[in-house]
Design a protein around this ligand. Structure first.
Ligand SMILES: Cc1cc2nc3c(=O)[nH]c(=O)nc-3n(C[C@H](O)[C@H](O)[C@H](O)COP(=O)(O)OP(=O)(O)OC[C@H]3O[C@@H](n4cnc5c(N)ncnc54)[C@H](O)[C@@H]3O)c2cc1C
Length: 388
């Protein structure tokens, strides 16, 4: 989009063009069918891996592109503008499991996982939520007990994006169940591969939107994971998950931004084509005002996102900015897609036109990686912590 408030560098524009062209030629022709049939196309992610889109934030020594956060988010917006389901797999993979292994993994774990993940040969997933532990993730029940050189995992993870197709799943489990230690401190993170006996893919959710992204339950039945697969320090897993979600939320903000921008583009084109009362509906001020408000909120979302990304790359704490960015972009996506349907009138309400899918896909951005209520709690907590 030429109306980015913050100018992109030549390298960023090049990556933006590559992502947009890939989305246009390799994803767009299939998106409607994938949505209708709830099909996850692993092949498209493999091709994205070949282009480097699954190792955008990994350093070149691990076959990554070693890019800054903003450049990654620019690419992610382009993918999301065409298919939010593909974008969420890209976002989770780049923001969560790869970054967690890079940051807290041992040399051996990095060697084993990061190169194939950067190349898209191994897809990553992040399993924190459970049926009874959503916003209150620290109440999770998945149990890990040490047995010789293994940990034995038992329990159920819920809502795992790409969980049925991932080759690397970062699983948060309770390693210290002593009553006084229940809560965030007794949780550790494990690198689980689906070949381990005791790993079972459970129910696949039949979702309103993001239908081409498989969201599944994962059941762990005496799953023996080698002790070498513990990520970082024992009992630190919850802290790792929360710190990683600061980064993950920027990815979800970029996904929401892509959805909103696509809705605006479709609505602007439609307003020029659709005629009522003898003229294009874009000549009605009511329609112009809607489009103006949509464009303003989208531009503000993007400016906030790029500012948060820049703060991250400067090494500053971004918990509050990341929550603000995700909150604002996701509520913008929901609002903008609602307006887009209004501009399309009845045609916005049917599957033949693209805004119907965008509206369905937008909703989840207000829910996952922390609901809007949780983002507001985080933002307010930071305000009080700083005495503002
Ligand atoms: C499509 C999809 C993909 C997902 N992918 C993943 C994934 O890959 N990995 C993963 O670990 N999880 C994933 N999730 C889970 C997601 O992060 C949770 O759904 C989310 O955190 C909310 O938890 P919940 O659904 O249990 O809702 P609940 O926590 O039960 O919340 C219900 C309502 O209560 C509100 N609420 C809860 N607590 C408070 C509070 N203290 N103050 C005010 N309001 C509150 C919530 O905001 C919400 O409106 C995914 C979810 C979906 C829908």
């Amino acid at each position: 989009m030429s109306w980015a408030l913050i100018p992109l560098t030549e390298e960023q524009r090049e990556i933006q063009r590559t992502a947009a062209e890939f989305a246009r030629s390799e994803i767009a022709p299939h998106s409607d069918l994938w949505d209708r049939q709830a099909t996850f196309d692993r092949g498209v992610l493999a091709r994205m891996g070949e282009l480097g889109f699954l190792g955008m934030l990994l350093p070149p020594e691990y076959d990554g592109l070693g890019l800054d956060t903003c450049t990654y988010l620019v690419a992610l917006e382009e993918i999301a503008a065409v298919d939010a389901s593909v974008a969420v797999a890209m976002s989770v993979h780049n923001s969560l499991p790869t970054q967690m292994i890079l940051r807290w993994g041992t040399a051996e774990q990095r060697e084993r996982f990061l190169r194939p993940m950067a190349r898209g040969e191994m897809l990553g997933a992040f399993a924190l939520s459970e049926p009874e532990a959503g916003s209150d993730a620290a109440s999770l029940r998945m149990q890990a007990e040490r047995d010789g050189d293994c940990w034995v995992l038992n329990g159920t993870k819920a809502w795992v994006t790409s969980g049925s197709d991932a080759e690397v799943i970062l699983v948060m489990a309770r390693t210290d169940s002593a009553a006084e230690r229940r809560g965030a401190r007794g949780i550790s993170t494990f690198i689980v591969t689906p070949d381990l006996p005791g790993f079972h893919v459970g129910k696949k959710e039949d979702k309103m939107g993001l239908r081409a992204s498989p969201t599944v339950q994962l059941n762990f039945d005496n799953l023996r994971v080698p002790a070498a697969n513990l990520l970082g320090g024992e009992g630190k897993g919850f802290v790792y998950a929360m710190q990683s979600l600061d980064n993950g939320r920027l990815g979800i903000a970029a996904q929401a931004l892509g959805i909103a921008r696509a809705a605006l583009e479709h609505a602007t084109r439609y307003a020029a084509e659709r005629r009522q009362f003898g003229k294009p509906i874009k000549e009605f001020q009511a329609i112009q005002f809607k489009l103006a408000d949509m464009a303003t909120r989208i531009t503000a979302s993007r400016a906030l996102l790029y500012a948060a990304a820049a703060a991250k790359d400067r090494g500053e704490p971004i918990t509050q900015f990341s929550s603000m960015s995700k909150l604002f972009a996701s509520e913008t996506a929901m609002w903008v897609t609602t307006q887009a349907i209004q501009i399309f009138g009845g045609y916005g309400y049917v599957k033949e036109y693209p805004v119907e899918r965008l509206f369905r896909d937008a909703k989840v951005t207000e829910i996952y990686e922390g609901t809007s209520e949780i983002q507001r709690i985080v933002i307010a907590r930071e305000l009080f912590a700083r005495g503002e």
